[in-house]
Design a protein around this ligand. Structure first.
Ligand code: ZN
Length: 178
């Protein structure tokens, strides 16, 4: 069985991806990074639920900058690098993320190139983003084999603790009836 690390944000895409990978026979090691922002209380619970359903274990790493912000700048780069470090420590070669739009494909390719350029480790885990660029969101669900999307209502995607109903993430969820 192939082991992978999943960057589990507690959101819909993380849950869909976990569902897909588990069905494909992967052994998923969930990693949730707690940035202690306003939605962390709910996303951490959602991430735990996703891990309970689809993952073999769940690691919570606290990274609290101690500032009252609702979004951490460069969060994708931070999460990717922490995921790669965690994977490497556990002898795992792939880090999956359900990221779909926060970064572009060029970022992902360049990230992996830079990561390969490090000289201290001989073997470097790769960042894998299977959901990137798939539109509309209904297609993402189909690709993940998700038939009953209502089952994922426990996930939390909005950056605010109480979903704002106005951001793209909230709109996507409304469109899908999640
Ligand atoms: Zn929102």
């Amino acid at each position: 069985m192939k082991s992978i690390v999943l960057l589990n944000s507690g959101g819909l895409d993380s849950a869909w991806l976990a569902y897909k990978l588990k069905n494909e026979g992967f052994e998923i090691h969930s990693l949730y990074i707690n940035f202690n922002i306003p939605n962390s209380a709910v996303t951490s619970k959602a991430a735990e639920e996703t891990a309970k359903r689809y993952c073999v274990d769940h690691k919570v790493l606290n990274l609290d900058f101690g500032m009252p912000v609702d979004h951490i700048s460069n969060m994708t780069m931070l999460s990717a690098s922490i995921g790669v470090a965690w994977a490497k420590m556990n002898g795992i070669m792939e880090v999956y993320t359900g990221a779909t739009g926060a970064v572009d494909e060029d970022f992902i390719n360049r990230y992996n190139e830079v990561n390969q350029g490090r000289t201290i480790d001989r073997v470097k885990p790769q960042l894998v983003t299977p959901l990137y660029g798939i539109r509309p969101r209904g297609e993402t669900a189909k690709m993940c084999g998700v038939e009953n999307i209502l089952d994922f209502s426990y996930t939390h995607t909005c950056r605010f603790e109480i979903p704002c109903g106005e951001c793209q993430q909230c709109k996507n969820r409304a469109e899908l009836g999640v």
